[in-house]
Write a protein of this length. Structure first.
Length: 160
């Protein structure tokens, strides 16, 4: 059985900045979707895609540098969760877990440059106990996940 990973698989994945993924035609061509499948994704804001079998992450090259950094961390969190067998079948709930772990892992200056308000900084500081908890340490990631689960239980009763 594979060992549990708390660190992001940065060295294992190649990151490619390609396409403007927020444009529906590009998403259709990039993902090889039919017109109907692409239409179902039309409301989705796609900034990055992870392919764990090929160990490649695609990032929208039209994003700003802070958005690329945040998106890369987000996709690496997806990869880490997939490698560990943590990925949930409920897509919306999975995205909440991934987004909150991404906020915990993202540097404060990047969060501030992306979203010049205090909400994400408050979430980051709550999840990491003002930077004291390090998501790359197994025991700290477990504590961060207890906080994530508490937030989800509060915001989405019955879904955690």
């Amino acid at each position: 059985m594979a060992r549990y990973r708390s660190r992001l698989p940065v060295k294992e994945f190649q990151v490619i900045h390609r396409f403007c993924l927020h444009k529906p035609g590009n998403v259709r061509r990039f993902l090889g979707l039919s017109s109907r499948e692409a239409h179902e994704l039309s409301g989705l804001a796609l900034a990055g895609v992870v392919n764990t079998s090929d160990e490649v992450i695609y990032i929208d090259h039209c994003l700003s540098e802070p958005e690329k950094e945040f998106t890369e961390i987000h996709e690496l969190v997806h990869a880490r969760r997939q490698i560990n067998g943590e990925e949930l079948q409920d897509y919306d709930l999975e995205e909440i877990y991934v987004e909150l772990e991404t906020i915990a892992r993202t540097r404060r200056p990047t969060l501030l440059s992306l979203f010049p308000n205090t909400l994400l900084i408050l979430l980051h500081d709550y999840l990491t106990e003002r930077g004291r908890l390090k998501p790359d340490r197994k025991q700290d990631l477990a504590k961060i996940y207890r906080k994530i689960e508490a937030l989800i239980a509060l915001m989405c009763p019955g879904r955690s």
